[in-house]
Ligand binder design. Structure first.
Ligand code: NAD
Length: 293
């Protein structure tokens, strides 16, 4: 089968180009979108993510603030900073990099963020707006990026059976809501760690989304011939041939699955690049909503 390898880098570039034009227009009318990124602690992967988000802002002309707080920052201090950012008119989006240190209650932090600045889409108000299909809400960036990939590749969703493996609030559940919503009109099944006969269920999927965090979980026996496969997983596996001693793979065993599908996202270079692009998109949206543009 001729398989389309979905190019997330290319689609992310197009999204950023589109945003660049919108940011230009906003600036002409005196509004500059602003994003505050807050990091608590020393986690090296989180630091890389935060830096790449700030860099994306700089390249696009989005005003950004980076707050790198020490590990021993208290819950109250963090909430105090969020209140300050809630009140800062230059800031339209606030992102607290996950995971915070163990003594911080992540849900309490999410609740402290003004829902109008919650560009991660984690606040209960935004979760409700997603379920209600209220377009003024913010949707988590990774599933939003998956939908953008489907649309950019002209992959039809209406009437298709989509199986989403994973039920997290960051990927699985919002992905399922987007697919079942009135814009996509798919019929959706959410699978998880307790699902019976996962391969058999997945073989009924026209669109299969893997958001689990288990390298190579999805193998050829999960795939209906011609299915579209979106691999959200980002997993490190040891690889002595690589300078860092590891390589990044998805949840899908690409080599065995790719020949069976009509389209598939690679890892890296598939869903990953879309996440930051959609964060920029949510920040521009927050600015537009704030200034009534
Ligand atoms: P999570 O750990 O919160 O959720 C994983 C889900 O997988 C759970 O709902 C669990 O029920 C399900 N699961 C676990 N084992 C399973 C099994 N054997 N069979 C079926 N289901 C099983 O993870 P998450 O935050 O949703 O992230 C999932 C993956 O996506 C991770 O690899 C993560 O790194 C990646 N991720 C990528 C991006 C990106 O930008 N591309 C963004 C967020 C997460």
């Amino acid at each position: 089968m001729d398989t389309i390898i979905i190019d997330g880098k290319q689609t992310a570039r197009s999204v950023l180009q589109r945003l660049s034009a919108q940011i230009g227009q906003l600036k002409q009318s005196g509004h500059t979108p602003g994003l505050a990124v807050v990091l608590v602690g020393e986690d090296p992967a989180s630091r890389v993510y935060v830096n790449s988000k700030v860099k994306a802002c700089e390249e696009l002309g989005i005003y950004s603030q980076k707050w790198a707080l020490p590990t021993e920052t208290t819950q109250e201090e963090l909430v105090q900073l969020i209140r300050q950012l809630n009140a800062d008119d230059r800031i339209h989006g606030i992102l607290v990099q996950s995971p915070p240190p163990k003594h911080i209650d992540e849900q309490a932090v999410v609740l402290a963020i003004d829902p109008r600045k919650d560009v991660d889409g984690f606040h209960p108000i935004n979760v409700a707006k997603l379920v209600l299909e209220d377009p003024t809400g913010f949707v988590p960036c990774t599933p939003l990026g998956c939908m953008e990939l489907l649309s950019a590749c002209g992959i039809p969703t209406q009437g298709k059976h989509a199986v989403v493996i994973g039920r997290s609030m960051i990927v699985g559940k919002p992905m399922a809501h987007l697919l079942v919503g009135k814009r996509a009109n798919a019929t959706v099944t959410i699978a998880h760690s307790r699902t019976a006969d996962l391969p058999g269920l997945c073989r009924t999927a026209d669109i299969l989304v893997a958001a689990v965090g288990r390298p190579g979980l999805v193998t050829a026996d999960f795939i209906k011939p011609g299915a579209v496969v979106l691999d959200v997983g980002i997993n490190r596996v040891e690889d002595a041939t690589r300078p860092r001693g590891y390589r990044i793979v998805g949840d899908v065993d690409f080599a065995s699955v790719q020949p069976l599908c009509s389209a598939i996202t690679p890892v890296p270079g598939g869903v990953g690049p879309m996440t930051i692009a959609m964060l920029m998109s949510n920040t521009v949206k927050a600015c537009k909503l704030a200034c009534g543009a």
